[in-house]
Design a protein around this ligand. Structure first.
Ligand SMILES: Nc1ncnc2c1ncn2[C@@H]1O[C@H](COP(=O)(O)OP(=O)(O)O)[C@@H](O)[C@H]1O
Ligand SMILES: [Mg+2]
Length: 709
């Protein structure tokens, strides 16, 4: 090889998902160990595939191959080894990989030119656990047996002048007989941060006992409640990972705030299951329930798995609803006939009434199934009249239903968190610090984590050369923030004014947001924006979404709430206006509209689609007129999609928002609403049910878009 020679090469680039901020989450010692484990697995794959490690990017490797087949084979091996590693540990590793091929310039030990650039961009665009290959790499490797490529269409990749076609490389786990079919983990569990899990022994023992019952074919429902940040989701995630390694199939759905779309959590849970379920389960289901499930699924996703799916049956809304409920219950039953199932329904305090009705139906018809439901909610958000109160009372009358309330961690458990973050046994300073932190936080683990990060970032505590905690001043002088909001705001402030600006805008968008949308709102160029987001990732204020590159989530809903609450009323409504305008701009072109649709689907978005989202932001911006227009649009599309009671709820909201003096508009919208009512009642065909439908519609209208903190 000579200096600057040109060579035909295949380049593989890998990236450890969620590595940004690893230190902030598990402490430097554990972060190092995890990185080392991950490199060990990658190198094991390289050794068997004759790749040459070109460089280490800190979070991944760049590897050169003389053949594309070897590069693809190596990427599959990497994913398989990591998947196998994950089966036996709570500390999950996930990588994404990009592969490109072409003429590279070799200088010294490094490879330059298109293949390196393309591989890096493909890697950035790949999902967690995914492999993306360029068309050249595919062309040269496709003769290789046992590997299949799925076209992802033309992708616009950052930094490349033109869109390029990319192919997803599919891979199967090693020793598939050890892996339960259909048991692929839902995305949320592929992004659980590898923070040492502590405590909760009583809950753990109880859940283990309950799982044992479930295995014997006794359906159990455990309601888990507690204040925000107390560790409900984490307990469920931990339970799910353990259950998964015991052969449970995991289904997971969470209700989203603001966009209380009908069936949101079910849509998430069922979509993932249908994607990965054994063929025979789905085929049998379609024979029995036709295409009823398609009402809940992304278009075509059932047809992708089963041939000749019939359309869902057209009938009056009540019958349609019943058929849908039966189809979901049937699916859950069939899944649990195949092996035990854990269904997690998170954040039910934000769930719509339909989700809860469906839960009641499934609970009633699965008494003898190997099904464990973990239903999670915040008690503090339940005022009387909240639809969940009804559902709770109803479900408690069934057998096999219990409730657990999570309290804060005890001092000893807080000590474990402190020790885990430091990666060491504790000295006297650590013990004193623990006591103070536990007192200040009541053992709320979210609060504990934030306070520790705050103290480290501000230099109030540090680790000496031996790794032990050292204090800058006495504990009494540390000035611990009082309350969650204060600690969150102080941490964000410290990240700098530009980061604070970006995060404030993002908090107005919601817990999840796409970079493309932010770019249209903040006055920063792309580089600055990405840099700001990177800093927030490092500080574990944000996490990357496992679903899509370029999407971020606030690490906890408490963070976006704290930031949102800190915005003054005038500024808040201005920001909502800017979000609405940016959304309008996105929706005005094809690529942008697709992005918004995908966002709504991934976040279990609303019945009225992007119009409902636009209505929400317009209303919060104080632009009632525009909000009404969008609500009507959302109602129309909800009706078109057959969600008639949602359409009524949206019309109700619209009518309530129309200013008193605009009699004409009020008449117009009320008329549309009346037509929908009439259609609804006509198909219902009986006076008896009119009242309940009207009440339901009205209730939906009242509880529609209220932000709860
Ligand atoms: N038992 C635990 N051990 C370690 N960290 C925990 C534990 N429970 C919660 N956490 C951490 O505390 C934060 C808040 O927990 P989370 O489960 O999201 O709260 P909730 O769902 O109750 O609002 C998360 O960062 C989580 O990883
Ligand atoms: Mg939670």
């Amino acid at each position: 090889m000579t200096l600057g020679s040109v060579e035909l090469a295949s380049i593989l680039i890998s990236d450890l998902v969620g590595s940004t901020g690893l230190e902030a989450r598990v402490g430097p010692v554990r972060a190092d160990e995890l990185r080392r484990d991950h490199f060990g697995l990658l190198r094991e794959a390289i050794d068997t595939c004759e790749g040459r490690e070109v460089k280490n990017t800190g979070d991944g490797l760049m590897v050169a191959f003389t053949s594309s087949s070897s590069a693809v084979e190596c990427s599959v091996r990497m994913q398989r080894l990591i998947e196998r590693h994950n089966r036996s540990t709570d500390e999950q590793l996930h990588v994404r990989i990009g592969i490109a091929a072409g003429e590279a310039t070799v200088e010294g030990d490094d490879y330059f030119g298109m293949p390196s650039i393309e591989a890096a961009r493909l890697c950035d665009a790949a999902p967690s656990d995914g492999i993306l290959a360029s068309s050249a790499a595919k062309l040269m490797a496709s003769r290789h047996e046992g590997v299949s490529f799925d076209s992802m269409g033309m992708l616009e990749l950052k930094g490349l002048p033109e869109p390029m076609e990319a192919f997803a490389v599919s891979w199967e786990p090693l020793d598939p007989e050890d892996v339960v079919r259909g048991a692929t983990l839902p995305p949320i569990l592929r992004s659980v941060p590898p923070v040492a899990y502590v405590g909760r022994m009583a809950e753990k023992e109880r859940l283990t006992a309950v799982s044992r019952e479930v295995r014997k074919g006794r359906r159990r429902i455990v309601f888990v409640s507690g204040e925000p940040g107390v560790g409900k989701t984490r307990l469920a995630a931990r339970t799910a990972l353990e259950a998964h390694s015991d052969g449970f199939t995991i289904c997971w759905g969470a209700a989203a705030e603001d966009l209380g779309a009908p069936y949101g959590p079910w849509i998430q849970a069922i979509s993932h299951y249908v994607e990965h379920a054994p063929d025979e389960v789905l085929t049998a289901h379609v024979e029995r329930h036709r295409g009823e499930l398609a009402r809940l699924l992304r278009r075509g996703s059932l047809a992708k798995r089963v041939a000749d799916v019939p359309e869902p049956q057209q009938a009056d809304p009540e019958t349609e609803r019943y058929l849908l409920f039966e189809a979901v219950a049937g699916l859950v039953q069939a899944a649990s006939d195949h092996g035990p199932v854990l269904l997690v329904l998170d954040d039910l305090h934000w769930a719509d009434t339909q989700t809860l009705s469906l839960l009641k139906h499934v609970a009633a018809s699965t008494a003898d199934s190997a099904l464990l439901v973990l239903a999670i909610y915040r008690e503090s958000d339940l005022d009387r009249g909240h639809p969940l109160c009804d559902a709770l009372a109803h479900l408690h009358r069934l057998d096999g239903v219990e409730r657990r309330t999570l309290q804060g961690l005890g001092v000893d458990e807080v000590a474990e968190v402190v020790a885990a973050v430091a990666g060491l046994e504790m000295n006297a300073v650590g013990v004193e610090l623990t006591r103070e932190v536990a007192r200040e936080t009541d053992g709320n683990p979210f609060f504990v984590g934030e306070i520790l990060r705050h103290l480290t970032e501000s230099g109030a505590i540090s680790q000496g050369p031996d790794g032990q905690w050292e204090l800058r001043s006495s504990i009494a002088d540390l000035g611990l923030p009082h309350g969650l909001r204060e600690v969150v705001c102080r941490r964000v402030e410290r990240l700098g004014a530009d980061v604070q600006q970006v995060l404030t805008v993002a908090a107005v968008v919601g817990r999840a947001f796409d970079v493309e949308l932010l770019e249209l709102i903040v006055e920063q160029d792309e580089e600055q924006l990405l840099d700001a987001l990177d800093r927030a990732l490092h500080a574990s204020v944000l996490v990357e979404s496992p679903q899509r590159a370029g999407r971020f989530n606030f690490a906890h809903a408490l963070i976006n709430h704290a930031l949102y609450d800190a915005i003054g009323a005038t500024r808040r409504s201005r920001l909502h206006r800017r979000v609405a305008e940016a959304l309008e701009r996105l929706c005005s072109n094809d690529a942008g509209a697709r992005l918004v649709d995908a966002f709504l689907e991934d976040t279990a978005g609303s019945a009225g689609g992007s119009a409902a989202l636009l209505a929400y932001h317009s209303r919060e911006a104080g632009d009632a007129k525009r909000a009404v227009d969008y609500l009507v649009q959302a109602a129309d599309s909800a009706e078109l999609a057959g969600a008639r009671s949602e359409a009524l709820a949206l019309f109700n909201q619209a009518v309530e928002l129309i200013p008193e003096d605009d009699a004409e508009r009020r008449r117009d919208v009320a008329l549309k609403r009346a037509v929908t009512y009439a259609r609804y009642f006509h198909t219902l065909g009986g006076e008896g049910s009119d009242l309940s439908v009207a009440q339901r519609a009205r209730r939906g209208g009242d509880s529609g878009h209220t932000r709860q903190h």
